[in-house]
Each structure stands twice: as C-alpha cells, then as structure tokens.
Design a binder for this molecule. Structure first.
Ligand SMILES: [Zn+2]
Length: 342
C-alpha cells in the first residue's frame, strides 16, 4: 500500500508519569458534562498517548467513536471521547480513554454485533456524516466512486451521499468486514478494486498523452504565485481531469506563501505521471500521481519551520488536513483528506 501511510507517525507512548490508567475514569459523584477546555484537552491527549495502544487499537476505538481513523490520538479523537463519555451515565467526561471508557465502547460494539442480522441497527446520522467526510476526502475521482457504487448496489452517480454510505455499510456487513460506511484500504481490497484510482489516473494520463499536442499542455498561472510550469516539472503534463485537484493543492500552498509574507515557493515535485513516478521509485499509489501532492521549499525558510507553520494553519482550520512529510531538504504536503504524518 502507500508508503506514505506505512510511515505514518505512531502514537508513541510518552509521558509515562500521566495518571495511572486504573484511576483515569472512575466516576465521581458529580459527573456533569463540563466542556473540555484546552488544559483538560492537552492533559487528556497526554494521558491517551501514554496508554501505549497500538495504531490498530486506536483505529478500532476511533471507528467506534465515528471519528477520523488515523491511528493516533489528537484533539479530534480526544474530543470525540469526551462527547461519548458525556452521553454515557457512569463515565467521567474527561476525554481520557481509560479502562472503563474502553469497556463501555467495546460493550456497545459487542451488543451491536450480537443482534440478529434481521435486527441490524441503522447507521446514526452522525456516523453517516462522518463516513461521507471520510470517503469524500479519500475519493475525488467520480469514475472510482462509480465503481464503488456499482459494487455495493447504490445509485451510480459518481458522488458520495447518504444512500451510498448506507449501501457500503450493508455491503461491509454482508462481507464480514467491520461496518462503518468508510471505504478504507481493507474494504477497497475486498471490493477487488484496490488501486483502481491509480489505474484510472494512468488511463487518463495515457489518453491525454496521445492527445497532448498543441494547446493541450496548460500554461500560465494556476494561482497567484504558482504556474503550471512550476507544478509540471520533468516534462509532466497534468491530465485534464486532475487539474481541478492540482488547483486545490496550489490554493492551500498559497496560504503557506502568505504566512511567510509572500516569499518565493520552490517546487521540487508536483504532479508525476504514474510512469514517471515508477521510474524514480515513488510509492506505488503516490499522492503525486493523483495530483494531490507537492514537495516544495519556501525560499530562505528551514523545512522544519515550514512544517510547523502548516501544522498551525491546519490546527486553526485555515488549511486543509492531509499528508505532511518531513524531509531534510523539503516538505511534502498533500490533500488526501485525512491526517498522515511521517
Ligand atoms: Zn512528496
């Protein structure tokens, strides 16, 4: 699978001094749902990271909480824990995934599994919306979405809505997968269309390569400070269907440029055709081949400082969540739609 994913930062156990797990969520008498202020949030994140759960274990609880399943404890997951605790009598809403909270989540999960198939529960509105966000972040290619819709028997319109999500959910149950309405790597593989978006990109690139004479190669600027020539290094032509996605990446990069007072951006690698990507040993499903990624520098700024600024912009909701890769001489950023760090 994607090297980017495999290299995702793990939730390394740290701060072993945090309160012992056994004491974490014993419910005091007054369990009123108080909001999670920033101090509590940070303490809960430290505590959760100190639990030493593996990324797979964390993903398991993230799915049960209907939050982004990146296998690491951040603010979103911790807030989702708090919300869940506030909805469950007997749990202290402190955002800490202590043993009682884990047992409650697993208990709910088990209860849902033990229902006879005829009584399979419906997805909640919250679960549907979370799955829509997940899938929309992951799949930008209408052709790919149509393949998924065909597979699960949903209306084939190339766009992901509640009907598609519920059909995915039912399909997952029928196929013995954990049902969450999200087409992650495992579900995609089971559907037998793993890597289909890659093939699609390749097919499109091939088609446009043949047509690609005369006016086919885009020129001029994509956004204020980034030109097509910048983004299409090594003679790569961005296929027409990927150009709107490339534009979105550049709109995000403009925010980084602005954050550094309009300094020049130097792009090492933007779009890569699948063939070119293979020739340089890139990850087989690199975000670069889907037009979602860019490796770059901001002139005169250390890459570590650039990444720090991007993290701030993402945290404050000014920039889109996605992949952020640390390299000694440049920064990789992509708009895959979910958090990945390496
Ligand atoms: Zn890259």
């Amino acid at each position: 699978m994607q090297a980017d994913l495999q290299q995702q930062q793990q939730a390394a156990p740290q701060n072993q001094d945090a309160a012992a797990p056994q004491q974490a969520d014993a419910a005091p008498q007054q369990a009123a749902a108080q909001p999670l202020d920033d101090t509590m949030l940070q303490a809960a994140i430290r505590y959760n990271r100190s639990l030493g759960l593996t990324p797979d274990q964390i993903k398991h609880y993230q799915r049960l909480l209907s939050t982004g399943s990146d296998g690491a404890f951040g603010p979103d997951t911790t807030r989702a824990i708090h919300t869940y605790q506030a909805s469950k009598p007997g749990l202290t809403p402190d955002g800490k995934l202590g043993p009682q909270t884990r047992a409650a989540l697993d208990g709910d999960h088990q209860a849902a599994r033990n229902r006879p198939p005829g009584e399979a529960r419906e997805m909640t509105e919250q679960e549907i919306q979370a799955a829509i966000r997940y899938n929309r972040g992951r799949y930008h290619d209408p052709a790919m979405i149509r393949q998924i819709q065909e597979k699960v028997g949903a209306g084939v319109d190339g766009s992901i809505g509640p009907d598609t999500i519920q059909k995915i959910w039912a399909w997952q149950q029928q196929n013995g997968l954990e049902a969450d309405g999200r087409v992650g790597p495992r579900t995609l593989e089971r559907m037998g269309i793993a890597g289909a978006d890659m093939e699609q990109a390749e097919r499109e690139a091939g088609t446009h390569g043949q047509e690609g004479t005369g006016g086919e190669v885009p020129s001029g600027n994509i956004t204020q400070n980034i030109s097509w020539a910048n983004f299409q290094s090594n003679g790569q032509t961005v296929p027409r269907n990927l150009r709107p996605i490339v534009t979105q990446v550049c709109q995000e990069l403009e925010k980084v440029i602005a954050a550094f007072g309009g300094r020049r951006i130097v792009i090492n690698s933007g779009y890569r055709s699948p063939a070119y990507n293979r020739s340089i040993g890139g990850a087989s499903q690199s975000q670069h081949t889907m037009g979602r990624a860019c490796d770059f520098n901001i002139q005169g700024i250390r890459p570590s400082a650039v990444r720090q600024r991007i993290e701030q912009l993402i945290r404050s909701g000014q920039m889109r969540q996605g992949g952020l890769g640390a390299y000694a001489n440049f920064t990789h950023y992509d708009i895959r739609g979910y958090r990945a760090r390496w």
